[in-house]
Ligand binder design. Structure first.
Ligand code: MG
Ligand code: ZN
Length: 216
């Protein structure tokens, strides 16, 4: 009982900061996306392609959360000067406080999009609102097609799913129809994009969706 109360308290303190973050992002008209997945599903690769596509057309800022290393931010810095790493030093998720601190120091006046690449983890990041507008979950076909069943909260709270590494499908026993059925069972309104960062398939609808979400 006491444990539940503490958890509730922590979440509401986070939610309060998230609310403020969202107000700031709304006032600056910066569409903000929280990207979530298990480790190794290809979040950073999807972002590399996305940054490359919008380079010179839209101003995209990226905040990357990892437990250790700034490897992912350095990968993204090849495409933008506006990618920054948050090293959580042990925490397996990002909290609104870290995004709030970033919003204080970063000038987002001309930004079109802020992407927050969360720590690779399908469990607790789903309970921490960061102040984002939408959530994208990346699921790769190298994982199990029952992941949505195992981690329902992650999919229930998402707006889109990127079904990634489609080029590897023939080498796996992943069943796309089964995975999509599992996803729609949890969240019928979810949008699914089937992508491959290797051959580039499926990215045009993803780019179109992002453009439609932009606020300026
Ligand atoms: Mg990454
Ligand atoms: Zn966590």
């Amino acid at each position: 009982m006491a444990k539940v109360d503490i958890q509730k308290k922590v979440l509401s303190a986070n939610d309060e900061i998230a609310l403020k973050n969202r107000e700031i992002l709304n006032s600056k008209k910066v569409f903000t996306l929280n990207m979530l997945s298990s480790p190794g599903s290809g979040k950073t690769s999807v972002l590399e392609k996305t940054l490359d596509h919008f380079q010179g057309k839209k101003e995209i800022h990226v905040l990357v959360g990892d437990v250790q290393t700034d490897n992912d931010a350095r990968r993204l810095q090849k495409y933008t000067s506006k990618a920054e790493q948050i090293i959580t030093g042990g925490s397996c998720h990002l909290e609104a406080k870290a995004i709030g601190a970033y919003l204080e120091r970063e000038n987002l006046d001309s930004a079109d999009i802020l992407v927050i690449e969360n720590v690779g983890n399908l469990v607790c990041p789903s309970s921490f609102d960061l102040g984002e507008h939408k959530r994208a979950v990346v699921l790769s076909v190298a994982e199990g097609d029952d992941k949505p069943k195992k981690y329902p909260a992650m999919f229930r709270n998402a707006d889109v799913v990127i079904l990634n590494k489609m080029d590897l499908l023939s080498m796996t026993n992943f069943n796309v129809e089964e995975a999509e059925k599992n996803i729609y069972d949890i969240n019928p309104g979810l949008k699914i994009f089937r992508t491959s960062c290797t051959n580039g398939e499926g990215f045009t609808p993803w780019y179109d969706w992002l453009e439609a979400c932009m606020m300026k």
